[in-house]
Ligand binder design. Structure first.
Ligand code: AMP
Length: 454
């Protein structure tokens, strides 16, 4: 019996090999299934979230993983580039159907310095930054950029780890001592030697991100700008769309489109952005980093967009037309960190969508997310308050009853490498610029109409 008719669209691709098997891989597989594709995963943890959806191969079984799949993608950005290179070569030789996104995107996204250099080469604004290879370089950076600065490892850090805020000259030595091993590749910070990056500390008013998908024919489709709030350096909440940002939408879509075209990117990418003021006092965006994969700030799109980021990524990888990225309804997504709430309590809230990652509870671990999308947008704020009340780990959100009134502070998001140093107190005292016109906006039907039509 032939099964060819079960794959009416792209007959040569049946199985997608995904590097990584976490919740992003799980949600990619969920999106792939209705399109007729099966996923397999390369992941060392056999009971990873994605294992519910397809076979998991240990990294020792790379050859079997390769044999099992027709086309490849990734859900984990610290995937070894050597593996991606091998899959790229197999695709170039014609024995496989492709490795997306391209190796160069991964190579750049794994290195903050290369990433910011790329942004600037494309005339996309960033915070001022300098490479740091020695304590003398660090002294020079503090002098040229002016204090405070954020010193970061170029490679290996995530969720704010591997970062140190220097506010006064006397912090320089401690910062260098904390992070210097990254320059030589010794210690636990990163196995690959790379310069540190010193960045001017930006008093941004809001943190936004934009997600876009690029197809194999070069078509780019962008989702709405969304607003992100962090807790201890980890994403806690995403609001989609970000209220009062229509004036920034073109700047954001231009930037991500330029980046994707430059990299000849295929798949979904996220661009993280800070909102700050330009010299004339107008709102403007600074690019912070890209994620060459589906992104936590796009989980709302499963319910809230015409086509989810996961489905669009799969479509791009298997060379199908991209779907509409329009927001269908304003939504708020909360990550569940560490401990599960009572699911009945959550689902008693109208418009709550529960996504468990089937992971064991562990402090600050992302184990689920919940998207709130009540039919009446006026119910969004009350639903958020009810949801926060059900959470064992409230991620500081109970202190901020209004989704809009609470502006993120750089201080909330940055954590330092040394939990006991007194930088935390100094961080608290840094004044953050807040645009009052935005703090007072309420979520209303305008959120839908405000959107710039794509
Ligand atoms: P990153 O690992 O670069 O994404 O940084 C983690 C978080 O630290 C960001 O989401 C921001 O909240 C904050 N942050 C990073 N870089 C800066 C900066 N140059 N100035 C102020 N805050 C920053």
């Amino acid at each position: 019996m032939t099964t060819a008719n079960a794959y009416p669209v792209t007959q040569t691709i049946r199985t997608i090999g995904i590097l990584g098997g976490g919740q992003l891989g799980m949600m990619l597989a969920e999106a792939a299934m209705p399109l007729g594709y099966q996923c397999v995963f390369l992941e060392d943890s056999a009971d990873c979230p994605a294992s519910l959806y397809g076979r998991v191969f240990h990294s020792d079984q790379l050859e079997d993983f390769i044999a099992a799949a027709d086309v490849f993608t990734l859900e984990f950005e610290n995937t070894p580039t050597a593996t991606v290179e091998q899959l790229t070569d197999l695709s170039k030789s014609g024995s496989k159907q492709g490795m997306f996104p391209p190796l160069i995107a991964l190579d750049i996204a794994q290195d903050r310095l290369k990433e910011k250099q790329m942004f600037n080469s494309l005339e996309i604004a960033t915070v001022p930054f300098m490479a740091v290879n020695s304590e003398a370089d660090l002294q020079q950076a503090c002098h040229e950029l002016g204090l405070p600065i954020v010193l970061k490892t170029s490679r290996g850090g995530y969720d704010g780890k591997g970062q140190f805020v220097i506010r006064q000259d006397s912090d320089i030595k401690a910062a260098w001592q904390n992070l210097k091993d990254a320059v030589t590749g010794k210690g636990s910070l990163t196995p690959t030697p790379a310069p540190l990056i010193a960045e001017g500390f930006i008093n941004f008013s809001r943190e936004l991100s934009i997600i876009a998908a690029r197809a194999q024919n070069g078509q780019v489709r962008c989702y709405d700008l969304v607003e992100n709030h962090h807790h201890n350096g980890i994403l806690a909440k995403t609001q989609a769309p970000a209220v009062g940002t229509s004036h920034l939408f073109k700047q954001a879509t231009d930037a991500i489109t330029k980046i994707m075209n430059h990299l000849d990117y295929v798949g979904v990418m996220a661009l993280e952005l800070f909102v700050t003021k330009d010299a004339r006092g107008h709102d403007t965006l600074l690019a912070n980093e890209i994620a060459p994969r589906v992104h936590n700030s796009g989980h709302w799109s499963i319910e809230g967009a015409v086509t989810s980021q996961f489905e669009n990524h799969i479509r791009a990888v298997v060379n199908l037309p991209l779907g509409d990225t329009d927001n269908v309804h304003p939504a708020i997504m909360l990550n569940i960190l560490g401990q599960y709430p009572d699911i009945s309590d959550v689902l008693n809230i109208d418009g709550a969508h529960y996504h468990s990652y089937h992971k064991a509870e562990r402090d600050d671990r992302k184990i689920a997310h919940i998207t709130l999308m009540p039919n009446d947008v006026a119910d969004l704020e009350p639903a958020l308050a009810k949801l926060v009340a059900t959470l064992p780990n409230k991620m500081g959100l109970e202190k901020k009853p209004s989704a809009i009134d609470s502006q993120p502070k750089a201080a909330d998001s940055l954590i330092t490498t040394d939990n006991n140093n007194d930088n935390d107190n100094i961080l608290e005292s840094i004044e953050v610029h807040i645009d009052d016109s935005q703090t007072t906006q309420a979520i209303d039907a305008k959120a839908k109409t405000e959107k710039v039509k794509k």
